[in-house]
Design a protein around this ligand. Structure first.
Ligand SMILES: Nc1nc2c(ncn2[C@@H]2O[C@H](COP(=O)(O)OP(=O)(O)OP(=O)(O)O)[C@@H](O)[C@H]2O)c(=O)[nH]1
Ligand SMILES: [Mg+2]
Length: 197
């Protein structure tokens, strides 16, 4: 798949702001600073579409981007930073939780995890929510360019042996060198066609 057109639609702060029913939605979740906005920019080949920042907590709303006039990419607020980002129990965290469990238009979620750190407690909580909501999701290990090939392999071996993650699909990604991009776009394609698990 290629994203041939993309435009910012709305920054939603509450349920009432979400776009009216209809178009399918693909959401990007993960802790603050993990690289959600950078991933979206890379997927659509636009350096400055989604605002990125070295200060965690930049994205404080559900940012909707209309792609190919057919579906939305939704940049969710990052969690896990005491100042700036939101806790999953905060108001914004609850909005994210409710969005995942209740939003009919949500087809699939890309759950981002920093490849260097591996999943945090809050990441595992998100994964649990996704499983409970029975939404298809893909784990994306970001900033893979910051790890040597050896370290990446060790990290993935460790993940493989983590029971709570058994059987979950994952891909490694870098917004710097673009690795993983095509796999992610292919997965989104499948998700839109109802073929992702
Ligand atoms: N080396 C490297 N840096 C990255 C990568 N992805 C993101 N970054 C950097 O990490 C920082 C955070 O990236 P963002 O895309 O703003 O992160 P976010 O998840 O949207 O953060 P919030 O909006 O705060 O939730 C920025 O300084 C990015 O340049 C990557 O793949 N490799
Ligand atoms: Mg962001």
């Amino acid at each position: 798949m290629r994203v041939s057109s993309i435009e910012f639609t709305i920054g939603a702060v509450g349920k009432g702001d979400l776009p009216a029913a209809g178009l399918p939605e693909i959401a990007f979740a993960g802790r603050s600073n993990v690289g959600k906005s950078s991933l979206i920019n890379r997927l659509v080949q636009r350096k400055k579409l989604a605002r990125t920042s070295s200060t965690p907590g930049k994205t404080q709303q559900l940012n909707y981007y209309l792609a190919n006039e057919q579906f939305y990419l939704v940049d969710l607020p990052g969690y896990g930073f005491v100042s700036g980002g939101v806790g999953l129990r905060s108001t914004l965290g609850k909005i994210v939780g409710r969005y995942i469990s209740d939003r009919q238009e949500l087809r699939a979620v890309l759950q981002l995890i920093d490849a260097r750190r591996g999943p945090t407690e809050l990441d595992l909580q998100m994964i649990e929510w996704l499983q409970e909501a029975q939404k298809p999701f893909l784990l994306v290990f970001t900033k893979a360019d910051k790890l040597s090939r050896n370290k990446l392999t060790t990290q993935f071996d460790r993940l493989d042996s983590q029971k709570s993650l058994a059987g979950i699909s994952f891909v490694s990604f870098s917004a710097v060198d673009g690795r993983g991009k095509d796999d992610i776009l292919g997965w989104i394609d499948d998700a839109l066609a109802g073929k992702a698990v």
